[in-house]
Write a protein that binds this ligand. Sequence first.
Ligand SMILES: Nc1ncnc2c1ncn2[C@@H]1O[C@H](COP(=O)(O)OP(=O)(O)OP(=O)(O)O)[C@@H](O)[C@H]1O
Ligand SMILES: [Mg+2]
Length: 328
Amino acid sequence: MVKPRDERVRARFASELDRNFSVVASAGSGKTTAITQRVLSIARSPNAVKILPRLVVVTFTNRAADEMQQRTRQALLQEHLQQEVQTAFNRAFFGTIHSFCMKLLTDFGHYLGLPAPLELVEGDDDLWQEFAQNQTRIGRSLGGKDRAMLLRFVQARDLMELARRARSAVLQVPGLSPCPPLDFAEIYQQIDQAGRDNIAKSQAELREWERRFAGDWEYLRWPVCFTAANAKFTQLWQEQFAPLRQWICEAATCVAAEVQRDYLDFRLDHGLVTYGDQIALAQELLQHSGKSYCNIRSPRREFAKKAFVSYSTRHRTLSRCNFRCCWK
Ligand SMILES: Nc1ncnc2c1ncn2[C@@H]1O[C@H](COP(=O)(O)OP(=O)(O)OP(=O)(O)O)[C@@H](O)[C@H]1O
Ligand SMILES: [Mg+2]
């Protein structure tokens, strides 16, 4: 076998078990071999029986995880290590990040009050439809006044769509400041150049919009500014409406978060999780600071943090000798 030029750093990766490494290496450069060597070093170490059951090897695909596990098992068998080391190795985890999260949820999800068993739902269109049909009153997380105000500008179905598209990105309901007072005096002070630049027309539009706003119009479409996109008046118009637009964005985000929470509860009631849920709930589990968490904190959390081995196949176009290690 031809020795690679970076043999020294590969050896460090394989043998220095008390260090964390980040390795970036191209396809076929020896990542699986290096990780196998590192696991072998663990297996040869005096506390192998303790460490191996806590070992977590995460890959991008199940196929890569299977290959990694098989190659490591084969290498271990060739070492003729004690049976108890083999048994400990059989308890190590090899899989994708999603399957690892699912394992955490299966083993410890009850700390979050999750039902068991949980099942993965990949295409959730039908489930969403069923949920949306039962969602008769959205926006309860806002006060009655704010909710009514938001629904004058944004339709409930658009808020539902926003929640659907945002997925689990905004699960926490953000705090909402009061709706800003409207003051368009500066817009009305602008002078039209003999009707040429559409300022008067825009002002008339705004006047009508304000009349509706002050009245009991349930749904308000945005007033149209008729001046050119690069006109100073247009800029002023946008500036004057910015606080209201910002408030609407924030209020809509609150509702989206509320709907997402409801949808998550709905999925969990049905014992279903999406790929995104697996990650988000596992994260929640690890961050959970309640008393009961003490039970999972050690040694499981440590095992998730310390024994985590991952590898990357980025920079596929780079040539052979770029097996680089960096360590902290
Ligand atoms: N240190 C090394 N010295 C010499 N050859 C090596 C070394 N490490 C790996 N190889 C050889 O390089 C080839 C690829 O190794 P390996 O499968 O570990 O690479 P990989 O980076 O995991 O590949 P992939 O990107 O396809 O997953 C194998 O034939 C292996 O025997
Ligand atoms: Mg590989």
